[in-house]
Write a protein of this length. Structure first.
Length: 536
């Protein structure tokens, strides 16, 4: 099985891959340097299109032998052992519906998230309803945008036999809103009636509109802020559950979150059907190869609704120690001395930066690590002095963090020497192990790279897939910077100019964001800077 991934340590978040391909498999993550582009393995179809633009060394191909989503995974057996769960008290029963109390459910999400799975099971269960003949139902799928991960919405209506009824739920008419996507579900809250309840996943698939939003005016919406707003708006009428996370951890794929949300809705009494009707509906709508996992997911959803903790404990890794190991591996002769410097400078930064600014220790450690990897910390003391300056210039948490990460990036360049180490660092090895070790019997990685060298007034570029031994040699080739004085000269000039502006005065959000958004490799970075400042 082939997987394409992005090494976020190499990614510059220029988003050229997003703009050039419009691929919905591209998503977003965050680290010490802010946002980065990543690939969602549940959506990516491994067509390699995004790798062909060759604007950066971030893309990698990982080939997993004997792939299976769960066979090699360390299962938490106590989670999946069958046990009798209490049956819920239904908010609306089939009897009350037959007496004239209409029931409406709306299921919404993005294409590929399993919305049609939920709606098919509900529609199939509605055909039976315990063999009742006093209730009618109508059902409709609206899935015109499913192919590009656009919105998919399904409507189910149950009502007294003989009554005239529309298929599509009117605004303010739904008893329950189900969505395995936090953002898409929040867009459809108007369907809920005054007592209706929403069950949404805690996370959302990053839409291209957010990926392409560089946040010039304000930071784009995120899951934490959106969750708080929804809880404040709906109070006890909303349940946000980690359905995708539980599905991926226990069943190997996040797509089973659709069955989880149905289980949660049933256990909360929001589905009027009997348990057997739903289980039989699963049997009639699922392929035999998918039935077992969907029924397991349905049970996991019921347990989430009952308040069970279904998280899987992961081995805690100290990023500080991992950075120290990385520094040691990057050195031939003075690893212990560099690690000592790393710890000293990191401790000094903790005393300089006020606790009220909430800068994680892992972030400052990452900045120090990167400066040591780049040039053995030749400018570390200047960086520390500049941190003292921005502490006095930027008083709010948001502005200070933005200024700090922008400042750190001006002190090193992601050239071929630095990136060679970041391709094989302990951080990347750990990330690969966590992602691929349990997906098959073994895996191998191919780097998709296009190095560039400035030799005099000539630029030399070529396609290249280096081996690990080549990268181990290249990460020690700092002498190339002296041999090729014009190498990355424009990047050095841009960094110097940005640092000067950053320290010259206290900037507002828009001014800082404009500086932070100068990123990318080579021509991408040059064009971004030229747009901001004019010709170099």
């Amino acid at each position: 099985q082939k997987f394409y991934q992005i090494n976020t340590d190499a990614c510059e978040d220029c988003r050229a891959c997003v703009e050039m391909t419009g691929c919905p498999g591209l998503s977003q993550t965050f680290d010490a340097y802010g946002s980065k582009v990543t690939i969602d393995p549940q959506i990516c179809v491994s067509d390699s299109y995004c790798t062909k633009i060759k604007v950066c060394p971030s893309f990698e191909l990982v080939e997993v032998a004997n792939y299976h989503p769960t066979k090699y995974r360390a299962q938490s057996d106590n989670i999946l052992i069958d046990k009798v769960l209490p049956l819920p008290v239904k908010v609306k029963t089939l009897d009350s519906i037959a007496s004239g109390s209409d029931y409406r459910a709306v299921v919404t999400g993005v294409g590929g998230s399993g919305v049609t799975t939920i709606s098919r099971v509900l529609a199939e269960a509605a055909k039976v309803m315990g063999n009742r003949t006093d209730i009618d139902f109508k059902f409709v799928d609206q899935k015109g945008l499913a192919q590009r991960n656009g919105n998919v919405t399904s409507h189910l209506a149950l009502y007294k036999k003989g009554k005239s009824h529309a298929q599509v739920t009117p605004m303010g008419g739904a008893d329950v809103l189900l969505s395995p996507d936090l953002l898409d579900g929040s867009h459809h809250l108007a369907f809920l009636n005054a007592k209706g309840m929403a069950i949404l996943d805690q996370k959302f698939q990053i839409p291209l509109s957010l990926l392409l939003d560089r946040g010039f005016d304000k930071n784009p919406v995120n899951e934490k802020v959106l969750s708080l707003k929804l809880k404040d708006l709906l109070k006890e009428r909303i349940k946000l559950l980690p359905m995708k996370e539980v599905s991926e951890n226990h069943l190997g794929k996040s797509v089973y979150a659709s069955a989880l949300i149905l289980g949660a809705a049933f256990q909360l009494g929001l589905i009027p059907f009997e348990l057997k009707d739903l289980e039989d509906a699963f049997s009639r709508t699922m392929k035999k190869t998918e039935l077992e996992n969907n029924l397991k997911a349905f049970t996991l959803g019921r347990r989430l609704a009952l308040g069970e903790d279904l998280s899987i404990a992961k081995k805690e890794v100290s990023m500080i120690e991992l950075y120290a190991q990385s520094i040691k591996e990057s050195s031939v002769f003075n690893g212990a001395g560099l690690v000592s410097t790393f710890k000293e400078i990191n401790s000094e930064l903790k005393t300089i930066i006020p606790e009220t600014l909430n800068v994680p220790g892992e972030f400052t450690a990452r900045y120090v690590h990167d400066l040591l990897i780049f040039d053995r910390g030749a400018n570390l003391q200047s960086f520390v002095n500049d941190v003292k300056k921005i502490v006095s210039l930027y008083k709010t948490e948001e502005l200070f963090k933005m200024a700090l990460r922008t400042l750190a990036k001006t002190y090193f360049i992601k050239d071929e020497v630095y990136i060679a180490h970041m391709m094989i660092s302990p951080m990347r090895r750990l990330e690969d192990e966590n992602t691929f070790k349990e997906l098959g019997s073994s895996y191998k990685k191919t780097f998709i790279n296009r190095p560039s060298f400035d030799i005099g007034d000539k630029k030399v570029e070529f396609d290249f897939s280096p081996s690990n031994w080549m990268l181990k040699l290249m990460r020690h080739a700092r002498f190339l910077r002296r041999m090729l004085p014009s190498w990355h000269n424009l990047e050095k000039k841009i960094s110097s100019n940005i640092r000067g502006k950053l320290l010259s005065k206290s900037m507002d959000f828009k001014e800082l964001k404009a500086l932070e958004n100068v990123k990318g490799y080579r021509q991408v970075r040059y064009d971004m800077y030229t747009t901001l400042e004019g010709p170099l």
